[in-house]
Design a protein around this ligand. Structure first.
Ligand code: HPA
Length: 272
């Protein structure tokens, strides 16, 4: 595995890619931020050794090097989920290659179902912590000592310093943002009512099927993380939204506008 990571990193170096200030995993709600950036170079995943390739034909996945507010940003546009059939080490491979090239922090986003009673569709949730119920972990198996330690701490997995900064920015910009716990399940079937209730009772505020493997891989390599959930469907005692409904796309767009505005300011201000 470490040889594959090094070989892919070397391949990218030869193509002109290099370390970044920030890696962004473009999940739902974040894709429009690329319009605020200057694109420097781009490559399709299928042209990079050992990168996973999407099983959905129309779906192209790209690594994009960008610049914004004098910061260098490597973007992973194209994400792989456990429910699609990829193993955890495959899911985190592109991220590990980019972290191996070098970076100072990771920003990621996802779409999630809201289980906190105070949440509304189109809300942005700053992830303050997560609960991993995916029944798997990318670090399972022999530890790769060159990447990190056997038992990495997951306390404050989501950088407190950067979270405070985001909350300050949101307040200044007058944008509502919640802080909450992301609970990850395997999917792809959506949750039963009893599972949504369980998620809330055991401490979740939002429920989804991604993000946790990447965050574990990043903390293993001691990279600071900032994560956001955009609330696309509410599921609590008062509301039972259908997560496959068209309104999900509208809600994602609504939250995406807020997230883009907050992150633009964050990238401008952050001291890395
Ligand atoms: N559950 C799991 N994942 C999701 C949901 C949900 O309700 N909404 C968006 N992603």
């Amino acid at each position: 595995m470490i040889k594959k990571i090094k070989d892919s990193a070397e391949f990218l170096r030869n193509k002109g890619f290099s370390s970044s200030d920030i890696i962004v995993v473009l999940g739902t709600g974040l894709s429009s931020i690329i319009n605020d950036m200057e694109i420097i170079r781009e490559i399709e995943y299928e042209d990079i050794p050992d990168f996973p390739v999407s099983t959905v034909e129309s779906h192209s996945s790209n690594l994009i090097e960008c610049s914004m507010h004098n910061k260098k940003i490597n973007i992973l546009s194209g994400r792989f989920h456990y429910y699609e059939g990829y193993d955890f080490d495959k899911i985190v491979f592109p991220l590990r290659v980019l972290m191996h090239l070098g970076c100072k922090m990771l920003i990621l986003s996802n779409a999630a179902g809201g289980v906190n009673h105070n949440y509304r569709n189109g809300d942005v949730m700053l992830i303050e912590d997560h609960i991993n119920l995916m029944a798997g972990n990318p670090l399972r198996g022999a530890n790769i000592e060159e990447l990190g330690e056997r038992f990495p701490l997951m306390k404050d997995a989501y950088s407190l310093k950067h979270r405070k900064h985001i909350i300050e920015i949101a307040a200044k910009l007058n944008i509502d943002i919640n802080s909450g716990v992301y609970l990850a399940l395997q999917g792809p079937s959506l949750e039963t009512n009893a599972e949504y209730n369980m998620a809330r009772i055991i401490g979740g505020d939002a429920v989804g099927m991604s993000t946790v493997p990447e965050v574990i891989a990043a903390r293993h390599m001691n990279i600071d993380v900032l994560g956001f959930s955009i609330i696309t469907n509410i599921n609590n005692d008062e509301n039972r939204d259908d997560a496959s409904h068209n309104s999900v796309i509208e809600n994602a767009k609504m939250a995406g506008v807020k997230l883009r505005t907050i992150l633009n300011k964050f990238i401008e201000e952050v001291d890395l």
